[in-house]
Design a binder for this molecule. Structure first.
Ligand code: 13P
Length: 261
């Protein structure tokens, strides 16, 4: 049984003073449970203070980005090694905003995945097509290519630690959510390609999240789909909604759901 995940991506929002207040609220209001996990991806400047607040809680903290070298003359960057030494165990890799706005390519993303795993950081690999690719029926082919290049040379024994987030670019921050069947179809394809690269057993264990305008109204129906193991939430992660989504997910009974690949 794959444990569901409700993850929040704060993006470039909230200074450390604000972040501390939000972290305290999440700590008080998100109920502890063993059936799901909550992770928040905060700006680099907030990582340390938020981790101090949440260290005794079940809520986990992740970085939104890091560079693929361990240290050196890379002005402005932080490394996976630094994250690990600060007690951070998760990091987003290949978010579409980083690919589009900061020129991250598949090769860099592959290096980051390898580096995160080397430092026992769980990478959350983000993939997703743009509107033109969807309209031209290129979605599956493109997502398969993104997964294959991100996981190039990543060994089976490490691959099981990865989490994948399917985030169609046209659904990010637009209020236009992929409907539950569109999201399920691609999450299933992702599981299928993982089965081809590794094996069916591993493919059935990896958690695949959906992201793109997830909110309190659509979260439950998306997360109930067979291959969707939770969400990566942007805008709504900065609202009260995030607490409700995280608390609702543990009320939903997924126990009877069949795992398939
Ligand atoms: P929104 O939920 O604001 O659409 O953002 C999704 C996202 O990019 C999460 O990483």
């Amino acid at each position: 049984m794959r444990k569901k995940i409700v993850a929040g991506n704060w993006k470039m929002n909230k200074n450390p003073f604000e972040a501390i207040e939000i972290a305290k609220k999440l700590k008080n209001e998100i109920k502890n449970n063993n059936d799901s996990e909550t992770i928040i991806f905060v700006p680099s400047i907030d990582l340390f203070c938020v981790s101090e607040i949440l260290k005794a809680s079940q809520i986990k903290i992740g970085a939104q980005n890091f560079y693929f070298e361990n240290n050196g003359a890379y002005t402005g960057e932080i490394s996976a090694q630094m994250l690990k030494e600060t007690g951070i165990n998760y990091a987003l890799v290949g978010h579409s905003e980083r690919r589009i706005l900061f020129g991250e390519n598949d090769e860099m993303i592959n290096k980051k995945i390898a580096r995160a795993l080397e430092h026992q950081i769980t990478p959350v690999l983000c993939v997703g097509e743009n509107l033109q690719q969807r309209e031209n029926n290129l979605t599956t082919e493109f997502i398969r290519m993104q997964i294959k290049s991100a996981l190039k040379n990543i060994k089976l024994k490490n691959a099981g630690k990865i989490i994948i987030a399917y985030e169609p670019i046209w659904a990010i921050g637009t209020g236009k959510t992929a409907d539950k069947n569109q999201a399920q179809e691609i999450c299933y394809e992702i599981r299928k390609v993982l089965g081809e690269i590794y094996n069916l057993n591993l493919a059935s264990q990896i958690r695949i999240l959906y992201g793109g305008s997830v909110n309190l109204k659509n979260a439950d129906e998306l997360f109930e789909m067979q291959d969707i193991d939770g969400g990566l939430i942007g805008g709504a992660s900065l609202k009260e909604d995030f607490i409700s989504i995280a608390n609702n997910i543990c009320k939903t009974n997924f126990a009877d759901m069949e795992i398939h690949v």
